[in-house]
Write a protein that binds this ligand. Structure first.
Ligand code: FAD
Ligand code: SF4
Length: 468
């Protein structure tokens, strides 16, 4: 009889995983993957594809898994996605492809994300030959990419496949953007990100770290160095704070700083001494994926107690459902309808108490979410040794300060032509969080892919005779 149920995805037991940084969600077995692939109805209208920002031909790759052709499935995904092992792990499939899945009407949607990860993990460490370019190397046009997050990496990979000479300039010493410095090891192992970057190097993409575009080199410098087009994928890495009293006390972090210390300074490894003091009682302020990652990292670093304070109710939590459940299983506590008003110090100037207002939901706001207002005169105190703000991020202001001709929105995002992703400077394109504001990996990849297409079209006017 045909299998009708979605498999229970294997994962580490919560009691064990709170003591390590190993990956929480494990891969499907061959048998589970094949059985799950066989549940796909191969719908003619492909509603799942309509839900995918990079339009992966989902029924085609799933059909190949069902017939035992895993390599064919991998190749089918790679036609659309340069980072399948990343997407299979961190994309919010439940709000995208799986939300549209026809199997989900009467039964459970197909586990599309788990199947993508299944094939990606099988082949990511195989060193397939990179695509050959039809161009002669000495005639290749040079393209510069600023930022090595998913937008920059995708743009770089797509342009290299088209035969361009691509260099990625990254401000930090490590490559990968949020994939490396933000998302923790237990959700996205560094080895996966490093291998995806290695595959780009093998395809000819060059990387230069510790280069800040707007400081080390201006856009004008890059054109003078012979780059014919530039893509800005510099993300939105500057943390927001609430602007309340006490945010400058010792023991208050932004989630960015906290996660960067853990990821890039390797607190997740037993053999590294990390510059994070004993956390004690931790309060994380926020309710998105970043807040959830922060709280789960705090648990693993031995916090005495970790509580997430969110101003709306559980229903409005913007984080992925899976992450919320995992956080609960790992002992993270939640304080809903609560909003910090003040952080109070002890006699040594360190955080010791958080004063919060009780909140209540009211009408729907312009974004379709319930507005939230303070309850009159209802406040309460919470003990805290560490407070971590995870309430969103803004684009880094360096480009705005250094590039007078580049146009920005009032909130600091680079303004682009919606169709071509070209900025106000001819030959300079932009995409990902720097344009959209903090969003998702797949949306950043989708922008990188669209920009590569637009850059190719733009450069065709200047390209060598062979390519024309
Ligand atoms: P980024 O990934 O931010 O990369 C930008 C890069 O540019 C960085 O490496 C930065 O150092 C570099 N840079 C900045 N300025 C310069 C400059 N002037 N010159 C050179 N380089 C520069 N999304 C999901 O889909 N699923 C998730 O589960 C998820 N979890 C997340 C968890 C955390 C903790 C965070 C912070 C984000 C998460 N996101 C998630 C969001 C997602 O990671 C981002 O939307 C995505 O990484 C944006 O990609 P990007 O390439 O635009 O920018
Ligand atoms: Fe398969 Fe679901 Fe897509 Fe239909 S909607 S083709 S069942 S994955």
């Amino acid at each position: 009889m045909a299998n009708t149920k979605r498999p229970v995805i294997p994962m580490q037991n919560p009691r064990e995983r709170v003591n390590n940084f190993s990956e929480v969600v494990e891969n499907l077995s061959d048998e589970m993957a094949k059985n799950e692939a066989k549940r796909c109805l191969n719908c003619k209208t492909k509603p799942c594809v309509a839900g995918c920002p990079i339009a992966i031909d989902i029924p085609r790759f799933i059909g190949k898994i069902a017939s035992g052709d895993n390599l064919g499935a991998y190749r089918a995904i790679k036609e659309y996605s340069s980072l399948p092992a990343v997407c299979g792990r961190v994309c919010p499939q439940e709000k995208q492809c799986e939300k549209n899945c026809v199997q989900g009407i009467k039964s459970d949607p197909i586990a599309i994300g788990a199947l993508e990860r299944y094939v990606a993990d099988k082949y990511i460490f195989e060193n397939f030959a990179p695509k050959a370019s039809s161009c002669q190397p000495d005639r290749l046009l040079k393209v510069a990419i600023a930022g090595s997050g998913p937008a920059g990496l995708t743009c770089a990979g797509n342009l290299a496949n088209l035969g361009y000479n691509v260099t990625v300039f990254e401000a930090l010493h490590a490559l990968g953007g949020v994939l490396s410095y933000g998302i923790p090891e237990f959700r996205l192992p560094k080895a996966i990100v490093e291998k995806e970057i290695d595959n780009l190097k093998r395809a000819g993409v060059k990387f230069e770290t510790n280069v800040v575009i707007g400081k080390t080199f201006s856009i004008k410098d890059l054109f003078s160095q012979g780059f014919s087009a530039i893509f800005l994928g510099t993300g939105a890495g500057v943390p927001r704070f609430m602007g309340i009293q006490g945010e400058n006390l010792q023991g208050v972090y932004s989630a960015n700083e906290f996660l960067t210390r853990v990821n890039l300074m390797k607190a997740y490894k037993d053999d590294y001494d990390t510059p994070i003091k004993d956390l004690g009682k931790v309060i994380v302020v926020g309710g998105g994926n970043v807040a959830m990652d922060t709280a789960r990292v705090a648990v693993r670093l031995g916090a005495k107690e970790t509580t997430l304070v969110y101003r709306r109710s559980e229903e409005e939590l913007p984080a992925r459902r899976e992450e919320i459940e995992h956080a609960k299983e790992e002992g993270v506590k939640f304080k809903f309808l609560s909003n910090p008003k003040k952080i109070l110090p002890n006699k040594n100037g360190r955080v010791c108490t958080l004063l919060c207002a009780k909140m209540q939901l009211s009408d729907i706001d312009n974004y379709g979410r319930r507005k939230v207002v303070e309850k009159k005169d209802e406040v309460f105190y919470m003990d805290a040794d560490t407070v971590i703000m995870a309430i969103g991020t803004l684009p880094n202001p360096i480009l705005k300060a250094s590039e007078a001709k580049l146009k920005f929105s009032d909130t600091g995002q680079v303004i682009v032509d919606q169709e071509t992703l070209m900025t106000s400077i001819d030959g300079v394109f932009a995409g990902g969080d720097i344009v959209s504001g903090a969003a998702t990996v797949l949306l950043a990849m989708s922008a990188g892919k669209r920009a590569a297409k637009a850059i190719d079209k733009y450069l065709k006017q200047h390209r060598c005779a062979i390519c024309k």
